[in-house]
Design a protein around this ligand. Sequence first.
Ligand SMILES: Nc1ncnc2c1ncn2[C@@H]1O[C@H](COP(=O)(O)OP(=O)(O)OP(=O)(O)O)[C@@H](O)[C@H]1O
Ligand SMILES: [Mg+2]
Length: 264
Amino acid sequence: MTTILKVDNLVKNFGGLTAVSNVSLTLDNNELVALIGPNGAGKTTLFNLLTGVISPSSGAIIFHGDNGTISLNNKSATQIANLGLARTFQNIRLFSDLSVLENVLIALTNQYQESFIASIMRLPKYYHAEQQMREAALHLLKIFELDQQADQLARNLPYGIQRRLEIVRALATKPQILFLDEPAAGMNPEETADLSDLIKMIQRDFHITILLIEHDMSLVMNLAEKIYVLDQGSLLAQGTPSQIQQNSAVIKAYLGEEDDNAAN
Ligand SMILES: Nc1ncnc2c1ncn2[C@@H]1O[C@H](COP(=O)(O)OP(=O)(O)OP(=O)(O)O)[C@@H](O)[C@H]1O
Ligand SMILES: [Mg+2]
């Protein structure tokens, strides 16, 4: 296994609050890793640090991507996205008044940036690129069984399908690492089961690394090869699903209170 992302002693302070405290972790290529912990543990803050939404107070984020080793510490969210790290959000972020297809096309435009000049100058290349993008978007939608809804407005889709579209948009950027922030939140059991199959398929067919934040423990235990547990900003434990389920500190801080968390 080769490492694709290495986080060393990462810290994020918000005024007097340390939301992320000396967190170190490693993601390997094509690994499916879960990040769990109680509400307010710092999980989303860690995602925000790794994807450049906010910058760390201290520590290091090192990406070993296809184009070599790069520090992500001072990179913007756009630069990090272009390097191949994509995410979904805890609260769905779609262009609700655009169609399913348009939502994917917007995500795809990043990869066809050079065609922007061509589009302004109305070069034939522009029409070619546009056609390629439509084909790529429809191909992705078909894989995720959304091609029948391509012309529907995003806001008219059922909740679980909106979440799926968000994942498709993230994948359209051809990431090497996909960060999913509570993808099962608000889903019914059937949607959650579909999501579980979908995440497995993405790992297998897209050959990418996935870091998953989730409160649904059955989903986490079923999917993850490795689990990190955050509690009050610090790493409480790491290990395989069975190691985590048997870890007394984890049970005390988190798993024993699963019912409380499920209410949120
Ligand atoms: N921009 C910010 N400014 C100030 N405090 C923040 C900011 N973002 C997060 N926090 C605080 O950092 C802590 C960690 O929040 P975070 O959203 O990372 O938790 P979480 O583990 O994702 O929780 P949940 O499971 O509820 O989504 C919380 O106390 C939160 O209030
Ligand atoms: Mg969160």
